[in-house]
Design a protein around this ligand. Structure first.
Ligand SMILES: [Fe+2]
Ligand SMILES: [Fe+2]
Length: 364
């Protein structure tokens, strides 16, 4: 762990000195180069720094050193809303430089780097009372749980449904306790974290909507589970397509459009997963006017109300998130788009209710 200690002190020295020098200054250049070189020495193939409570965990092992630099890095990560940083093989000097610059700035903006990946819950940790709310509702821990569940799932392995139930029970409890909970649940900025954070956000937003229109107990649980699993079919789609920065071509988009089928089929095979999850996985890209995908056959079948709720949550969270191919959108613009889509893309009653609640929440 001595070399990790060396890396942390070099990195934090660079971060704290960054604001003293101009970006072109030799001294900053030297510190960045040193950080980059020490980073290479400590990395076998990757280095993962994770913040758990107030502890630093390095490559899954708690970092026990009690030095000032360790406290500084924990505080700095928390201020930036970073839960985890992965340095990957091939990380370049310009990336390390930019990362140091970003870490030294007081705002929460983080760039996207090819070889440095973050797990962030974009929490405004500078507002003191929010820390309390977050801890009380264990949002970061729940995201970590969802991540573990998703990491263990594959087309050939079944999901840990007990773990999912536990997470959903937490969501329901949080929503019942804190009326403004969605205020504290912001999207992630890094695509490597997108899958499970998006799932978590969609589940929270869906359970919130369901509760606000009077759905109760078992149905709340089912909609939470279904929302958490709505995109499971994406594990059948290659990462190349899912993380592509440019516009998808026709063939690639056709591939993406298969994820509702894959998800519905996968979930239908698991005994303990509610049937609703399979229905929602199949229907969440169908619009209120029955356009979207997959095409509904002309059998008079209507989209399930829970799919309509989850489609609203899905749209809202997707636009709020920064994706490889576009920036995030602000809430006002998203709500304006949703208003426009009422009756076409979204169930007008549900979307009205949702917009009203979000406006109320964010006006406070
Ligand atoms: Fe989807
Ligand atoms: Fe989605």
């Amino acid at each position: 762990m001595d070399n990790i200690k060396h890396f942390i002190s070099t990195f934090m020295t660079a971060v704290s000195n960054c604001s003293l020098y101009s970006r072109e200054h030799e001294a900053f250049d030297d510190l960045a180069k040193k950080t980059h070189s020490v980073l290479h020495d400590v990395m076998k193939d990757r280095l993962e720094l994770m913040i758990l409570e107030n502890e630093l965990v390095v490559n899954s092992t708690p970092f026990r050193s009690s030095g000032l630099h360790k406290n500084n890095i924990v505080n700095r990560f928390r201020k930036k809303g970073i839960a985890r940083v992965d340095f990957m093989q091939g990380v370049s000097l310009p990336e390390v430089k930019q990362f140091i610059i970003d870490m030294s700035s007081p705002d929460k903006g983080l760039k996207v780097y090819p070889h440095i990946k973050f797990g962030t819950v974009d929490i405004n940790v500078t507002v003191p009372e929010m820390d309390g709310v977050l801890e009380q509702h264990s949002i970061p821990e729940n995201i970590e749980k969802v991540k573990d569940i998703f990491h263990l799932a594959s087309p050939f392995k079944m999901l840990n449904i007990a773990g999912i139930d536990e997470v959903v029970a937490h969501f329901i409890a949080s929503i019942k306790r804190e009326a403004n909970i969605l205020k504290y649940l912001n999207p992630v900025k890094m695509f490597s974290e997108y899958t499970y954070t998006h799932a978590t956000n969609v589940a929270m937003i869906s359970v919130f909507q369901a509760e606000s229109i009077g759905m109760e107990s078992e149905l709340l649980r089912e909609i939470g589970v279904a929302a958490l699993l709505h995109d499971t079919g994406k594990m059948y789609i290659s990462n190349e397509i899912l993380e592509k920065k440019d516009k998808l071509d026709e063939k690639e988009f056709a591939e993406i459009k298969k994820h509702p089928f894959h998800g519905a089929r996968y979930l239908a095979k698991i005994d303990d997963v509610p049937r609703l999850a399979s229905i929602v996985a199949f229907e969440h890209h169908i619009k209120y006017d029955q356009s979207g995908y997959p095409a509904l056959r002309a059998n008079g079948r209507k989209q399930h109300i829970c799919s309509q709720i989850i489609a609203i949550a899905d749209f809202f969270d997707a636009l709020r998130s920064q994706r490889p191919y576009r920036e995030s959108m602000n809430i006002k613009n998203i709500l304006a788009l949703m208003k426009k889509g009422a009756g076409k893309d979204f169930n007008p009653v549900l979307v009205d209710n949702f917009i009203g609640k979000i406006e109320q929440m964010f006006a406070k």
